[in-house]
Design a protein around this ligand. Structure first.
Ligand SMILES: Cc1cc2nc3c(=O)[nH]c(=O)nc-3n(C[C@H](O)[C@H](O)[C@H](O)COP(=O)(O)OP(=O)(O)OC[C@H]3O[C@@H](n4cnc5c(N)ncnc54)[C@H](O)[C@@H]3O)c2cc1C
Length: 351
């Protein structure tokens, strides 16, 4: 294990903001992870587990303890011994998520093609149950191998034990901070058809005689994401972000009625979708845009993406304090106008 000191974290994040970690370890094996955990405990240092840095904002003061980057590699593919004829991919937490999706698509295995182009690591995907264009990783995760910091044991958690829901799991809620994810097993369908459910995606293939294959679907998703500035492309002025900054609110029937009344008073209709049987999911982007924060809003340091109302972008030289100020302005305005408290999606580190 190579222990480093005073390592800048900003370059290890997609929004490129934040101060240094007092200690830093890049762990490419389980032994490294265990050694790093022992070190942090022996010094009584706070531990932060870093993946691809695509869903976080690090404070300007940095992280006062050990930042442990999980870099465990490996993509192993095996046919299921069961009759379900599925293919299991056992993937190291440090692998790039999009590299894994590409491997799955090339192997003609369906189940993650709509999650093409999402940055970050494989180990980051179970944490907030990553999802896009009608797929979530919880659809295909069979098991998650973890180091349990409670007792130092390595465990295999089945899908049910992870308690996945919209942008949540035990890893970012009830058991936050307890587990370090080491490997994830995905169960994919060989020869399966791509999942074409979202309007954006259907439009891409409108008028075709033959249905798209997995590879065409992957390319279409990456194309749509690039149009929205949601694909990391070097040099893209909207590219330095943490993705969507707010979760889509899920409202009870009563809350939804209140929102509809507020919208009607402004002669507006709120886009909403059924969720959790009795609830409605609201577009956070719509709420932001209808609260005075149009695409492109902001200063020359920090603002809203010119192509996606939910992405807060570091336009160059932004600090974490700038981001927090804008986040709070947006939350306050949305609350005042729509009576809804927007919940941030990225993890705030060291605040
Ligand atoms: C341009 C862009 C587009 C995006 N689009 C989407 C999208 O469509 N859908 C979506 O769901 N998300 C999206 N995201 C958010 C982000 O890419 C995902 O949440 C991603 O899975 C985060 O993984 P990461 O490895 O970068 O995690 P990090 O940002 O490094 O960490 C995020 C959290 O996960 C924890 N964590 C990371 N790895 C581990 C591990 N091995 N063990 C335990 N905890 C860990 C961290 O401690 C932290 O709390 C987008 C982000 C960007 C920048």
């Amino acid at each position: 294990m190579l222990l480093q000191e005073n390592i800048p974290l900003a370059p290890l994040t997609t929004i490129k903001i934040g101060g240094p970690a007092k200690y830093f370890v890049d762990a490419s094996s389980i032994a490294d992870v265990q050694e790093a955990v022992s070190f942090s405990r022996s010094r009584d240092l706070p531990l932060f587990v870093l993946g691809g840095g695509s869903n976080l904002v690090v404070a300007d003061a940095g992280w006062p303890g050990l930042a442990l980057k999980i870099a465990i590699p490996g993509i192993d593919q095996a046919s299921s011994p069961d009759e379900d004829a599925k293919v299991h991919f056992d993937v190291g937490a440090g692998e790039s998520w999009d590299k894994f999706v590409s491997r799955a698509v090339v192997a003609r295995c369906a189940g993650v093609e709509c999650l093409s182009g999402i940055p970050g690591s494989v180990g980051g995907t179970p944490v907030q149950n990553v999802g896009a264009y009608g797929q979530e990783v919880s659809d295909t995760i069979a098991a998650v191998q973890v180091l349990d910091l409670k007792d130092g044991q390595i465990r295999e958690l089945c899908r049910e034990a992870c308690e996945f829901s919209y942008r949540t799991s035990i890893f970012n809620s009830t058991q936050h901070g307890r587990f370090i994810i080491l490997r994830v097993t995905y169960t994919l369908t060989p020869g399966g058809k791509p999942h074409i459910a979202y309007a954006d995606l259907k439009r891409q293939f409108a008028g075709r005689d033959t249905p798209p294959d997995l590879s065409e679907t992957r390319e279409a998703i990456r194309y749509i994401r690039a149009l929205k500035g949601m694909l990391i492309v070097p040099g893209d002025p909207d590219g330095q972000s943490a993705g969507s900054f707010f979760k889509n609110p899920v409202l009870s029937g009563e809350q939804h009625e209140d929102l509809k009344v507020r919208a009607a008073a402004r002669r507006l209709t709120v886009p909403s979708y059924p969720a959790l049987e009795t609830h409605q999911k609201i577009s956070a982007a719509w709420l932001v845009e209808h609260s005075g924060f149009a695409k492109g809003y902001g200063s020359d340091r920090v603002g809203i993406s010119t192509r996606h109302a939910l992405a807060i972008v570091n336009r160059g030289g932004a600090t974490a304090a700038d981001v927090v100020t804008l986040k709070e302005q947006i939350q306050q305005r949305v609350q005042e106008i729509w009576g809804i408290r927007l919940e941030p999606e990225p993890v705030m580190v060291g605040f």
